[in-house]
Design a protein around this ligand. Structure first.
Ligand SMILES: Cc1ncc(COP(=O)(O)O)c(C=O)c1O
Ligand SMILES: [Zn+2]
Length: 401
């Protein structure tokens, strides 16, 4: 753990960290997201991180003291390097689908769990499209924390099974993720439970930024030209900006990558807010996409994501559900990476930019694949609807093969 302060992303007021301080008291929860600030001049680190170690190796850049048995099982996911694919000389796939709970969200949950323990809470709550919740449930299962989970009742069965198996108290709401978020805040804060909600808890982004650190370390401190990631609330994309920015600020890299935030066409609220220009304001829309993890109509990290996009020249793009479904199959059959729809959204965005000749073959590309395909089998049901055969039919079919 290193010394840190909290600063409001709207009015820049600084706060000393306190037990139940989540957002700027003057700007409120949506405009007043707090960001963790370090004294970078006093952090002395070199290019000597491990390519396989867990996120605990980044303790000098994190606002937490690691103290659970699960800490050393978060992070350290593979960066798969593939040559001559899809028109690129080389692409890299940062695959967080192989993490403990099968998604990128482990990086944030482990920080929230450690913070809850540090501050002496006995209960933690979370509203989620599914992955944040299942990672919280799984990583806190062997702690003393009670875990309350607010999810939309449409959550994919794989994610629900993870929650139940991990012993969390699950409250599936007949309603949207955005509604589940609102009631979780109302109930959770009144009850005095610790909040693990995206964009509200400032420490979550700190865990997520370690994905960017790992990409740099695993790529021998070279910065990819492009980095693609899918976007719902906007915390993951913001965390990548912060991670790449910090390594650059600390002299470990020489530039920033171009970060492309990919949304589903039916849930592209953040893209619209950004394209409408300043002032960036929270909005609420009705959304629909098969990519359940990014089906967000009232994005909670809207201001921070737009500010980062603007400052570091990133871009939001969107892809159709059809492109996402096709992306799952193309990615799987060419790389072996089986992704849930939200993960494949990043890949579909890359394919779209390749088709539009926005990326040249020699430019290096990193795709952040944020969730495992086994979490949402239903999404690919039609594609895996294969015929069954009698024994003789199989013999006949394969004769001469
Ligand atoms: C697999 C996956 N990818 C991407 C995202 C998007 O993250 P964010 O909501 O922070 O934009 C999520 C969020 O739940 C997710 O579960
Ligand atoms: Zn403020």
């Amino acid at each position: 753990m290193t010394n840190y302060r909290l600063r409001c992303i709207s009015c820049e007021k600084e706060y000393v960290p306190q037990r139940s301080l989540y957002y700027c008291q003057e700007c409120g929860p949506l405009m007043g997201t707090l960001e963790v600030i370090y004294d970078y001049d006093n952090i002395k680190i070199g290019r000597d991180f491990s390519k396989t170690a867990s996120i605990t190796q980044f303790s000098d850049l994190l606002p937490v003291k690691f103290q659970t048995d699960m800490d050393s099982f978060v992070g350290g996911t593979p960066l798969i390097r593939l040559k001559n694919l899809f028109g690129s000389d080389e692409i890299m796939i940062k695959f967080d689908g192989v993490s403990m709970s099968g998604s990128y969200k482990d990086r944030a949950s482990i920080i929230a769990i450690n913070k809850a323990i540090e501050y002496g809470f006995d209960t933690i709550f979370c509203a989620s499209t599914g992955n944040a919740a299942s990672s919280l449930a799984i990583l806190s299962a062997n702690t003393k924390l009670r875990t309350y989970i607010f999810v939309p009742s449409t959550i994919p069965k794989g994610k629900l099974a993870q929650l139940v198996a991990a012993g969390a108290i699950v409250l599936p709401l007949i309603g949207t993720y955005d509604e589940a978020f609102d009631i979780s805040m109302d109930i959770g804060l009144k009850k005095g439970w610790y909040c693990r909600n995206s964009a509200i808890n400032p420490y979550l982004l700190e865990g997520k930024k370690t994905g960017a650190y790992e990409i740099i370390v695993q790529n021998d401190y070279k910065v990819p030209d492009f980095c693609f990631v899918s976007v719902g609330d906007g915390t993951v994309v913001s965390s990548l900006f912060k991670g790449f920015m910090e390594f650059n600020r600390l002299g470990l890299t020489d530039r920033m990558p171009k970060i492309i935030g990919v949304q589903a066409e039916g849930a592209s609220t953040l893209k619209r807010v950004f394209e409408n220009g300043k002032p960036y304001l929270p909005v609420e829309e009705k959304v629909h996409t098969i990519a359940d993890s990014i089906s967000v109509g009232n994005p909670r990290d809207v201001i921070k994501a737009c500010q980062y996009m603007e400052k570091y020249d990133g871009e939001f793009i969107s892809v159709s559900d059809e492109e996402i479904l096709k992306g799952i199959m193309t990615l799987g059959s060419t790389t072996g990476v089986f992704s849930e729809p939200a993960g494949a959204t990043a890949f579909a965005g890359y394919m779209k930019m390749m088709r539009n000749r926005r990326i040249s073959p020699e430019q290096s590309v990193c795709l952040v694949i944020t969730g495992n395909g086994l979490k949402d089998i239903h999404a690919v049901e039609n594609a895996v609807n294969v015929n069954n055969y009698k024994k003789e039919e199989i013999y006949n079919m394969l004769e001469g093969v």
